[in-house]
Design a protein around this ligand. Structure first.
Ligand code: MTE
Length: 301
């Protein structure tokens, strides 16, 4: 990829957690070296991007396959077997197939990215993800010219993901992006947090992160990526179409039908922490607004 992050790593960013760099995060050619990059250009000056603690990030989760409570995933997700793991890449690609996770890691440059992650329920965190650009993975499979969208699917394994025994959502969990959103350098497949393997409750061994969209677009524990011509279904749109659209860009000007989206509560700030104003595209406006030029973002919400 032509677009690479500047190394804006400063002493302030070095947390004790950064010391944990393990096998899966260090695999691959230039992978280990790539870990130096920390924050993107727009984010470097942003004082609000103080990373949340490992405990915040790994104990307050949404992963309905393991229960609907925020603390359910941390309690239950250990049941998931993540090794071996394969990702099927199919549809409009030159090299469809089952890609072993370790083989993918061997080809990718893993970098550390500090991203704001905002949930639709108006809470947010800042997470130092380790991951690689989705674009690089798609290039590995060779995207064909007719492809317009990318569809994602989570593992379906009810014997390990007990939540799948209940019809809270239609299983497996699915998501989708337009191809240009998927190819944007901010869009990553995350494989770690603070340099450690991503914990099961956060979507091991690899999950999507689209930092300018609501958290629910960031599908966890991905086993299938399909390039399609048609707009793919998304789990939350299927479940509650009146509340969740395909795009789901963070947009403080568009209220959720049941609540305002103008401000957010930073997790870790304590019970009485002041809400902070939510930024358009979650603070990544400069980078991603051009993707939506000419679109009515109230209609395509
Ligand atoms: N992916 C799957 N497979 N299942 C889920 O329930 N929840 C989504 C998203 N990805 C979800 C999922 C929602 S609603 C959010 S807010 C984020 O994951 C939460 O990610 P986090 O727990 O790492 O903060």
């Amino acid at each position: 990829m032509a677009y690479r992050w500047k190394n804006t790593f400063t002493d302030k960013d070095v947390t004790p957690e950064t010391a944990y760099l393990n096998r899966r995060q260090l695999m691959g050619g230039a992978a280990g070296l790539g870990l130096a990059a920390m924050a993107g250009p727009a984010m470097a000056q942003d004082e609000t991007l103080e990373p949340n603690s490992w405990d915040d990030i790994t104990s307050y989760n949404n992963f309905y396959e393991f229960g609907t409570g925020k603390d359910d995933p941390a309690r239950n997700a250990h049941a998931l077997t993540t090794d071996p793991w394969t990702v099927k890449i199919d549809g409009l690609v030159d090299r469809p197939g089952d890609y072993a996770f370790e083989d993918i890691m061997a080809q990718m440059t893993v970098e550390e990215r500090l991203y704001r992650f905002r949930c639709v329920e108006a809470w947010s965190m800042v997470v130092p993800w380790n991951g690689f650009e989705l674009a690089d993975l798609l290039e590995l499979a060779g995207v064909q010219s007719g492809a317009k969208y990318v569809a994602f699917e989570t593992l379906y394994r009810p014997e390990e993901m007990w939540g799948q025994k209940y019809p809270v959502l239609e299983w497996p969990y699915v998501e989708g992006l337009r191809l240009d959103e998927a190819m944007h350098p901010l869009t990553i497949m995350a494989t770690g947090i603070y340099g450690r393997d991503i914990p099961n409750q956060n979507g091991a061994p690899l999950r999507l992160v689209v930092p300018w969209k609501y958290g629910y677009k960031s599908i966890k524990s991905v086993v299938r990526i399909s390039l399609t011509e048609e707009e793919p279904p998304t789990s939350w749109n299927r479940a509650i179409p009146g509340e969740y659209g395909f795009y789901s860009n963070v947009n403080p000007e568009v209220d959720h039908p049941r609540w305002s989206q103008a401000s957010e509560r930073r997790i870790g700030g304590g019970l009485f922490a002041k809400k902070i104003p939510t930024l358009m595209f979650n603070g990544y406006e400069e980078e991603v607004a051009p993707l939506y030029e000419g679109m009515d973002l109230r209609k395509f919400s």
